[in-house]
Each structure stands twice: as structure tokens, then as C-alpha cells.
Write a protein that binds this ligand. Structure first.
Ligand SMILES: [Zn+2]
Ligand SMILES: [Zn+2]
Length: 208
């Protein structure tokens, strides 16, 4: 299972009908794909270090202690392998307000994010934020989670909304009745992508 290529078209998920990766966390097939983004990198990391099962936790502890030295997927996978001393959940994924989880979750953003060739600068950061939100859905509002999960399939193929587009999308979704949110978000994403395809360069793009 590999990540979609830059420039590919998102494919429909056989299970939920949304684009692949976009149905998480509710769709188990999409959730497995999203987890795979993180797990594939961890598997490669273990191979490089030639680490056996018995040493995996020790390696995870080492990574979690120095998140700024590792790729974000390795850091997220490492946190999944550690248990929070405060709440007993996977470290960084416990309930809202667990101090140790909040701290670990904050530190995960120190990790290395490397843009793939051919994507707008900051695409990998957007991918990692959206993956993180979708894998930790209980700390995000329903509207924001919806925007994040629907954006993920297009981020993975190299699209990046401007900060203004992303904020407008979130604000509109927040104000819309739940039944209208999905078609509205899908239309806004499609419009932004069509603008980019037409060669429109967003003004004043910033990194995040
Ligand atoms: Zn799905
Ligand atoms: Zn915790």
C-alpha cells in the first residue's frame, strides 16, 4: 500500500463512496489507508535500523524524545506505540485535557516534513496536519473534521488550498446545516482545484 502519486486522480473508495482516504475515520477502509501512510514509513524505519519486535518500544521512546530529528510519519507511529502514563491511551491520542497527551501532540509538530517534488511548498505540512486530525478526531469539531477529511485525498495528490481558501471553507461549513456540509465542501474543493488547473496562481501564498 503506497501513497497516491502527485498529479494522480483521487480514486473512489469501494466501501464508503467518497474518495479513498477521505472517508476516515468513519469508513474502515479509508481509516486503514490513512493509518497505512504512517505505518508504511515506520516499517521502513524498522528495516533500516534492523530492529526486532522486542526493541520496537525502545526505538519508539527514542523517536518520541527527539521528534525534530525524524519524519512526521515515524514520529506519529512511534507515539502510537507508547502508552500515556496519565490516561492509558496511545500517547497523544487520549481524551481532551489529558496533559501528557496534549504535550506529546504538541511535540509531534516538531517533526520533519519533506515536500514531494512537484507540490506547492507546505503540501506535506497540510497532509500531516490533516492525517493527524483524522486520526485524533475526538478533539476536533464535526465541521472542521469534515473539511479535513475531504481535503486529504486532494492534498495527497499534490493540491494545496491557500490559507484564505481553507479558512473560508471552514467558516462556511461551520455556518451550514449538517445535511448541506458535504456537498458544499466538495464543491468548494472542486472549484479551488479548477482554478489551479486553469493556471490561476493564488496571490500572497504563505507557507502554512
Ligand atoms: Zn472509504
Ligand atoms: Zn493521555
Amino acid at each position: 500500500m503506497t501513497r497516491p502519486e502527485v498529479g494522480a486522480s483521487p480514486r473512489p473508495c469501494a466501501e464508503c463512496g467518497d474518495s479513498e482516504y477521505g472517508g476516515a475515520p468513519a469508513c474502515t477502509a479509508c481509516r486503514a489507508l490513512v493509518d497505512g501512510i504512517v505505518e508504511d514509513e515506520w516499517a521502513g524505519f524498522l528495516r533500516r535500523w534492523d530492529v526486532g519486535d522486542d526493541q520496537e518500544t525502545a526505538l519508539a521512546e527514542m523517536v518520541a524524545a527527539e521528534p525534530d530529528r525524524h519524519d512526521w510519519r515515524v514520529v506519529d507511529a512511534a507515539l502510537d506505540r507508547l502508552v500515556c502514563a496519565d490516561c492509558g491511551d496511545r500517547l497523544g491520542r487520549g481524551p481532551v485535557g489529558c496533559p501528557a497527551c496534549d504535550r506529546a501532540h504538541g511535540f509531534r509538530y516538531a517533526a520533519i516534513e519533506t515536500d514531494r517534488p512537484g507540490v506547492p511548498r507546505g503540501n506535506e505540512h497540510a497532509v500531516r496536519v490533516n492525517v493527524s486530525v483524522v486520526r485524533r478526531p475526538h478533539v476536533t469539531s464535526a465541521g472542521e473534521l469534515l473539511v479535513r477529511r475531504l481535503l486529504l485525498p486532494v492534498l495527497l495528490v499534490g493540491f494545496l488550498p491557500t490559507t484564505e481558501e481553507a479558512q473560508r471553507m471552514s467558516a462556511l461549513i461551520r455556518r451550514s446545516p449538517p445535511a448541506q456540509r458535504i456537498p458544499l465542501a466538495e464543491r468548494m474543493i472542486e472549484e479551488a482545484m479548477a482554478l489551479r488547473r486553469a493556471g490561476h496562481r493564488p496571490p500572497g501564498r504563505d507557507r502554512r
